[in-house]
Ligand binder design. Structure first.
Ligand code: SF4
Length: 959
């Protein structure tokens, strides 16, 4: 392998790899010396990508021209060139990873059908899948919540976990971090990431070293940018291509420099900073750009604080929020248990590359330069619906009240001012009834006793049993709800749980609160779900966990939980009161996303905040409070307790951190996972290179992507007489398109599951059913909150079947259109496909028969996923929309100008034929952005493209 190393531009050099040895590397300083470009003036993130382009230059996938073009990156230039980026590794979480493994298994089956060796399908770069998305907060507020949630998780997901175990033995480079260990990005930061990687030594004993780079099938893969590692979230489809040796292609980006100065003041957390950065960069319009933080303020931030900011790159819209490499990174690697030898190689490598140290003002020419003085950051929260809507802590009450009265179209809740003071009694019986409880009460407890089914209707509606903690709320005499009451308080999400400073601050605040005599609010469902077991280790060592327990923040699991919407049910009477009266209840969480229905389907106001503030608001029990001027509550002796009385100082947090973080803990907790997880060991695994599909499985099915597959691609042709399946407004998220949460009983997916013998209580979530295309296709556009403008006033996945306008589910309509061979079109507003990277949002669209999506603008990953599935993304011209065109869904559509000569971003014609026969043609931009995407589109998507490529190649080490 080492013999095949090229020496383009005389760039293959040696450096001191420690312990008296030399290592090889592709030298960026040598590239500059060769006159290829002013490389030392390039942003660090661009230089790291350039290293990959240089090292992987083989004249086929990556050409010398690619190296030259990127080496001459200009801060401000037309961005037309695509960069072929071959990453060093891939990370997956289970929601996206299982379907990806299903696709790999399907490709192997397709290879067998083609008469080829199935081993041709094999990940060419290491793949790590962390099972973190499946744990739900069914139980909370008790000492055994962790155990019981884990048991439920294994019970629900056994089939998926069996399938993952098959994958582990079938593919050489596919590893799984089992459930109950941590959250993918925190595990990546604390364990998987190496910073610098090495190829095995050649005959001369010298290894080749290169930077750790990755893509992951989760938007928040960017968290790793906090450790100076280039990586971002891609759709499962692109990740598949990446693991099969294809470059990840992306348009040459602008790089926005953010010059950080000053330091955070007392009382301000890294979360406050992340929310401030999110607000600032959203306004700066950094979508599709790299962001690079630099300057003395960046240099002074710990890696964990950098990681919190980097994590939220999807929320500010950037491809990455990158921090360069420096001593802090070496320290972080050392403190998290990486070997001394490795730390040395890491430092030496980046010094040799001229990439060690945070740049200063003027060192680098950025496309745009922004300034942020950390001293100006204030305690903040963000919400109620969008992460970029930052609110200073003292303004939350006022902002919530304003939002309550604003129309829904303006991010409000459409209530009137006099509703603020309304009281909604939570009856013991749980039937509060519209308008305050006039309907006949039905006690959930009584109905359970009378019913042989142990679950109430509400529990069933949530697919979950009511857990023990709910008893407190149910029994709470005279319980009342108001708009703005906090019903969920969750210390959740890798964004913050990876940061010991805010986690310890939460523990310290809990201790002080209990000492002052504050009591937990029984209406609030509190939970603590760290992203790794290291957190529990330090919360226990510092003696802080018991204080959190006393406030209901017992450990519920190591996984995404509330952050991904796995928040579990509320107490049945509470939830019934909320839904019947449309109470605008609140969730407070230390997460990064708060779109409607993301956190819990019946909680509409969701506020992001630091873990200590989550504890504070759980105690206050409402967001209609100004914690800077009003007491949190009454403590011992009825005395008022204020936030400032219990807020931990920076010095206290620092002391706790010193006592807490030890490298040996990371080493102990990050080894031999299987031995630490008996439930995982108990799962049986099937063997063999090709998966034996079980037609009775409701979790894993062979997808139809390779049905009638031929080795020759078809031609690109015009689309004629398409019917609209949906017309949507702005900011339709991938969760609207392909929800991850619970499956409604009365829905196409629900009907399918019932027909296949699955009890309602075992439905599990859409996220966990992504290995079954039948469920997922039926669940596409099935989010209960999606609003199809073709059926005004109706929420959920319905449409008007044309001609005639009969209202029916989107799935049923799609199947009727398919039977008529009618192609389908979707029309949408701005930011179509925003939110988490979700390949099923594109796969489901394709499998419903949608051939083209026309939007005012697209989110980056979703656009590329649509192309990756062979769906054509088109963009309206500025100022044009479905509304300005007065489209109502009764039209038919032709896309003209499509042919094999299609060029990236070329203009096409959308011909609209109205119901009355009037014809109108408008220009639209083809959002196939790069030449390789034209190939993908022509082949019907990335998977057929890669399969055709690989079917013609010998597998590594086999033929
Ligand atoms: S905790 Fe939240 S941000 Fe982190 S991986 Fe899970 S869902 Fe994504």
């Amino acid at each position: 392998m080492m013999n095949s190393l090229h020496n383009l531009f005389d760039s293959l050099k040696e450096f001191d790899a420690g312990q008296g040895g030399k290592g090889r590397f592709y030298s960026l300083p040598a590239l500059e010396k060769a006159g290829v470009g002013a490389i030392s003036r390039l942003p660090v993130s661009i230089r790291l990508v350039l290293e990959s382009v240089l090292r992987n230059c083989d004249g086929k996938k990556v050409s010398e021209a690619n190296v030259r073009e990127l080496a001459r990156w200009q801060p401000n230039a037309a961005r037309t060139g695509e960069i072929p980026f071959i990453v060093a590794r891939i990370v997956l979480q289970d929601f996206t990873g299982v379907p990806l493994l299903v696709d790999l298994a399907a490709m192997r089956s397709a290879m067998v059908k083609l008469g080829r060796n199935p081993k041709l399908i094999e990940p060419l770069v290491p793949v790590d899948l962390v099972v973190d998305h499946s744990v739900q907060v069914d139980f909370a507020g008790t000492a055994d919540a962790l155990e019981r949630n884990l048991a439920m998780e294994f019970q629900r997901n056994r089939e998926r976990y069996q399938f993952l175990k098959w994958g582990m033995q079938a593919f050489d480079t596919f590893k799984v971090v089992p459930p109950g260990i941590g959250i993918v990005h925190q595990v990546n930061l604390e364990y998987l990431a190496q910073g610098v990687l090495r190829q095995p030594a050649g005959p001369d004993g010298r290894s080749l070293f290169y930077p750790d780079t990755l893509v992951g099938t989760d938007s928040h893969t960017t968290m790793i940018n906090g450790l100076g590692i280039v990586g971002w979230g891609v759709g499962g489809i692109e990740a598949e291509a990446g693991m099969l040796g294809q470059p990840v292609y992306f348009l040459t980006p602008d790089v926005v420099g953010v010059h950080l100065t000053g330091a955070l003041q007392e009382g301000v957390t890294a979360t406050d900073l992340a929310l401030t950065v999110t607000e600032m960069l959203r306004k700066a319009k950094v979508v599709g750009k790299f962001v690079e933080f630099y300057g003395p303020g960046a240099a002074a931030l710990a890696v964990v604080d950098r990681a919190t900011i980097a994590n939220m790159a999807p929320e500010y819209g950037a491809t990455m929020g990158f921090f360069p490499i420096d001593e802090e990174c070496v320290e972080y690697l050392r403190n998290t248990g990486r070997s001394e030898e490795h730390c040395k190689v890491y430092e030496n490598y980046f010094r040799a590359q001229g990439l060690f140290g945070i740049p200063k003002k003027g060192d680098i020419a950025y496309s745009t330069d922004l300034e942020l003085d950390l001293a100006g950051v204030r305690p903040s929260v963000a919400g109620p619906k969008r992460p970029q809507d930052r609110i200073e802590l003292g303004n939350l009450k006022e902002e919530f009240i304003k939002a309550l009265g604003r129309p829904a179209a303006e991010n409000g809740f459409g209530k009137t001012a006099d509703e603020l003071g309304r009281v909604f009694p939570v009856l013991e019986g749980g039937s509060a009834g519209a308008g305050g409880g006039s309907q006949e009460p039905v006690s959930p407890r009584r109905s359970r006793e009378q019913n042989t089914n142990p679950l109430t209707e509400l529990e069933m509606a949530n697919n979950r049993p009511t857990p023990d903690w709910a008893a407190a709320a149910i029994a709470s005499p005279g319980g009342q709800l108001h708009h703005g009451d906090v019903l969920i308080a969750a210390i959740t999400s890798c964004t913050n749980t990876s940061n010991p400073s805010v986690m310890l601050a939460a523990g310290l605040l809990a201790r002080k609160a209990v000492e002052k005599g504050l009591k937990p609010n029984p209406m609030v469902k509190s939970s603590l779900a760290p992203g790794s077991r290291v957190v529990s280790d330090y919360l226990n060592k510092t003696g802080l966990q018991p204080w959190l327990d006393q406030l209901g923040f017992n450990l519920v699991g190591y996984g995404c939980t509330t952050c991904i919407g796995n928040s579990g049910p509320l107490a049945a009477p509470v939830e019934e009161t909320v839904t019947r009266n449309d109470v605008i209840a609140a969730a407070v969480l230390s997460g990064n996303r708060n779109f409607e229905a993301r956190i819990h389907q019946n909680i509409k106001a969701n506020f992001l905040m630091s873990p200590p503030l989550v504890v504070a608001f759980a105690l206050a029990g409402r967001v209609t409070i100004d914690l800077t001027t009003e007491p949190i509550g009454r403590g011992t002796g009825g005395r008022d307790v204020w936030l400032k009385d219990i807020w931990p100082g920076q010095a206290e947090v620092r002391d706790a951190m010193r006592a807490a973080l030890k490298p040996e803990v990371f080493r102990r907790l990050y080894r031999d996972f299987a031995a630490q997880n008996p439930k995982w060991n108990d799962i049986p695994a099937s063997a063999g290179q090709v998966y034996q599909w079980d037609e009775h499985s409701t979790y894993i099915q062979q997808p139809p992507f390779f049905e009638n597959f031929s080795l020759q691609p078809g031609h690109i042709a015009e689309i004629k007489a398409a019917r609209p399946l949906g017309i949507f407004g702005d900011s339709v998220t991938t969760d609207h398109i392909s929800p991850a949460g619970s499956i409604k009983k009365a829905s196409p997916a629900g009907n399918y599951l019932i027909e296949h013998g699955v009890n309602f209580v075992d439905f599990n979530s859409y996220g966990s059913r992504r290995g079954n295309d039948r469920v997922m296709t039926r669940g596409t556009f099935a989010n209960v909150r999606i609003k199809n403008l073709m059926t005004p006033g109706v929420e959920g996945g319905v449409t008007a079947f044309q001609p005639g306008g009969e209202t029916m589910s989107i799935f049923d309509a799609a199947m009727k259109y398919a039977a008529q061979r009618t192609p389908l079109i979707v029309l949408a507003g701005t930011e179509y496909g925003t939110g988490s990277s979700r390949d099923w949002a594109a796969k489901g669209t394709r499998l419903l028969g949608v051939r083209v999506v026309v939007a005012q603008s697209f989110e980056r990953i979703h656009r590329s996923n649509l192309v990756g599935m062979g769906v054509l993304p088109l963009q309206f011209k500025e100022g044009v929309s479905a509304q300005t065109l007065k489209l109502d869904g009764t039209e038919t559509y032709d896309v003209l100008g499509l042919s094999d000569q299609l060029k990236p971003r070329q203009d096409l014609t959308l011909r609209i034929t109205r119901a009355g026969g009037r014809v109108e043609s408008i220009p639209v931009a083809c959002r196939i952005d790069t030449p390789i995407e034209i190939d993908y589109y022509q082949h019907g998507g990335i998977l057929p493209y890669v399969l055709r490529q690989l079917a013609g190649q010998p597998p590594k080490g086999l033929e």
